[in-house]
Design a protein around this ligand. Structure first.
Ligand code: NDP
Ligand code: 8X3
Length: 258
């Protein structure tokens, strides 16, 4: 995308300390965008700001589950960063891969708080600026787990189904404005995601990707860049992205129940 310039953009990224969010920050900065980078780990944000340049990058340690903290970060944005043009709702997590009957309720609640309420907190806080400026683009990071069921996907998949439907419903509500909405739905991708899902068990996470060629974070950053650089009359509603090595499977049939 040689002719693409994002010099007029101020892009707010949640979950910029790792994985897709970090790769988006690096790629979008290289096209000239101003960035607001958020996440809970301040040291990681600081490193990224030093790498990309403080002129172009504002950082704020923020937990998306905390409504007041989100609102404060947005109210306190420096003048140069106030007019957010793109919000990338990327922060999210899966906790555990147990069957529902063996899950920890706290894990379920944390996934709901982060993947659903976090998206709502950020969207609700930033939408008024977009409406006032008659300009904006919200990119949500969903998942194939929001469309396809698998054992152990229980609440994680359900949160991503919420994100998919919320994205479509936002489009319906924002009809008549130039504000665009996209839900990007990746499949198997190697980031810190599985280490978090397996509660810090890096060996188990590594095994999941063995013998595969998964999506990498840069692939999703390029998808985000492609969306942002579409002309204003085009809205990409949803994009489902899988690695070639991943596909669908047969329905499970229990023959012992007859
Ligand atoms: P990573 O674990 O590498 O990154 C997750 C990011 O979310 C981190 O920057 C983390 O930052 C942030 N985060 C988590 N909880 C919070 C919170 N409460 N407040 C603020 N930030 C938070 O995983 P990915 O990059 O893979 O995940 C990014 C998104 O992509 C997620 O929504 C995930 O569900 C989705 N996804 C991932 C896939 C995969 O296979 N990897 C496939 C499909 C979708 P910090 O810890 O510093 O707060
Ligand atoms: C992550 C992809 O298939 O592990 O959203 O749920 S999957």
């Amino acid at each position: 995308m040689n002719n693409t310039s994002l010099k007029n953009h101020v892009i707010f990224i949640t979950g910029a300390t790792s994985g897709f969010g970090k790769a988006c920050a690096e790629l979008l900065a290289s096209y000239g965008a101003k960035l607001i980078l958020t996440g809970r780990r301040y040291e990681k944000l600081k490193e990224l700001q030093q790498q990309l340049g403080a002129e172009q990058v504002h950082i704020a340690a923020m937990d998306v589950t905390q409504q007041d903290a989100v609102q404060n970060v947005i109210s306190d944005l420096p003048e140069d960063f106030k007019n957010v043009t793109v919000l990338i709702n990327n922060a999210g997590l899966a906790l555990g891969l147990n069957l529902a009957q063996n899950c920890d309720l706290n894990d379920w609640q944390q996934m709901i708080d982060t993947n659903i309420k976090g998206v709502l907190n950020c969207t609700h806080a930033i939408l008024p600026t977009m409406i006032e400026n008659n300009n904006g683009y919200i990119i949500n990071i969903g998942s194939i787990a929001g469309s396809y069921s698998y054992p152990g996907g229980n609440v994680y998949g359900a949160t991503k189904a919420f994100v998919k439907q919320f994205s479509l419903n936002l489009r319906a509500d924002l009809f008549g404005t130039p504000i665009r909405i996209t839900n990007i739905e990746p499949g198997l991708a190697e980031t810190e995601f599985s280490v978090v899902r397996f509660k810090g068990d890096a060996e188990k996470a590594k095994k999941l990707y063995e013998g595969t060629v998964p999506i990498i974070a840069q692939d999703i950053a390029e998808t985000v860049l492609w969306c942002i650089s579409r002309p204003p009359h085009i809205n990409i509603n949803r994009i489902e992205v899988m690695p070639t090595c991943q596909s669908f499977s047969m329905f499970a049939i229990d023959r012992t129940l007859s």
